[in-house]
Design a protein around this ligand. Structure first.
Ligand code: MLT
Ligand code: MN
Ligand code: ZN
Length: 304
């Protein structure tokens, strides 16, 4: 299967429009070695023709223009996007659905019940789309069972619930429910290969650890280096953990978990603009290199 990273930054992108932190200022004025990044999304295909979009970022228009696989080819209107799977209802993962409103047919969208509820109440994107292309919603379970998508051959998707947070606009932001966030194992039956995609992840629970151990490639939450990163940068009072993201460094951090895995290629994605790993010459980036951990960038293609 092929994975194309459309966007590798967390909410806000890199640089963020109003941010003057060391990284955002540095990438804007080219005083650090770093790549600008759009907001988090990947496309997955087994045949290079029909693609499943994981999350729809507000940057989707430029992401499509940067990747011919998703562009129209043989007809006056068209798309390489067959369906969309949502890992959560966050703004950075769902606002792009509004950009797809010119679709001539309802968008096939796969999400949990909780995400469906948020997207029909607190942020009623699905209701709004009824006035445009409409939504063909497919409810997905998060009990470990798998599902396939019509038109997508040779891929099975196994979602599981994650401990993280519902979006800030959600009627139940401070009252987490299973299904607010999911991680997804993507399996190609003909090759037996597996990718684990989990861009927003607050805790390494047993199902997360198992998914990581059995995957050939993991693409997981790379939002923050430390818990207090945004506080230390003076941009917010929120800690990583309070908004549902496990930091990379320190005891119990993502690096420690990744170190225990021998099989998969290890990639961090959904990177916040304050994260020092965005600076390719930083100490923190060196640490990742030493641990064999990669940092996703826009345009990265992975063959598994
Ligand atoms: C998150 O995952 O916590 C988001 O990136 C936050 C946001 O979109 O503002
Ligand atoms: Mn996000
Ligand atoms: Zn910044």
């Amino acid at each position: 299967m092929k994975i194309r990273v459309l966007g590798s930054a967390a909410g806000g992108g890199f640089p963020q429009w109003n941010c003057n932190c060391r990284n955002c200022n540095g990438v804007r004025h080219k005083t650090i070695q770093a790549k600008p990044r759009t907001q988090s999304s990947i496309a997955v295909s087994s045949n290079n023709a029909q693609w499943v979009l994981f999350n729809a970022s507000p940057d989707i228009r430029v992401q499509i223009e940067s990747f011919p696989g998703l562009q129209p080819h043989n007809s006056i209107r068209g798309t390489g996007i067959t369906a969309v799977i949502l890992c959560d209802g966050q703004i950075d993962h769902t606002t792009g659905l509004l950009i797809l409103r010119e679709s001539p047919k309802p968008l096939d969208i796969y999400s949990t019940r909780m995400v469906y509820e948020d997207l029909t109440t607190g942020f009623p994107v699905f209701n709004m789309l009824e006035h445009f292309c409409g939504v063909n919603h497919h409810e997905i379970q998060h009990d470990g069972g798998g599902f396939s998508i019509p038109g997508i051959e040779d891929l099975i998707f196994y979602p599981h619930a994650l401990k993280s947070k519902a979006p800030p606009y959600s009627p139940h932001r401070e009252n987490p429910h299973p299904g607010d966030n999911i991680g997804v194992i993507i399996e190609q039956p003909s090759t037996g290969k597996r990718v684990y995609y989990s861009p927003g992840l607050g805790e390494i629970e047993p199902q997360v650890e198992a998914a990581m151990q059995n995957a050939d490639c993991i693409m997981v939450d790379g939002t923050f280096w430390t818990d207090t990163e945004m506080v230390d940068a003076g941009v917010s009072h929120k800690t990583a953990r309070s908004i549902g993201h496990l930091p990379q460094s320190g005891p119990g951090g993502m690096i420690e978990t990744m170190d225990s895995l021998s099989k998969p290629r290890k990639i961090l994605i959904h990177i916040n603009n304050t994260n020092p790993i965005l600076d390719e010459q930083s100490e923190q980036r060196k640490v990742l290199d030493e641990h064999g951990i990669e940092v996703a960038f826009d345009g990265l293609e992975i063959d598994v």
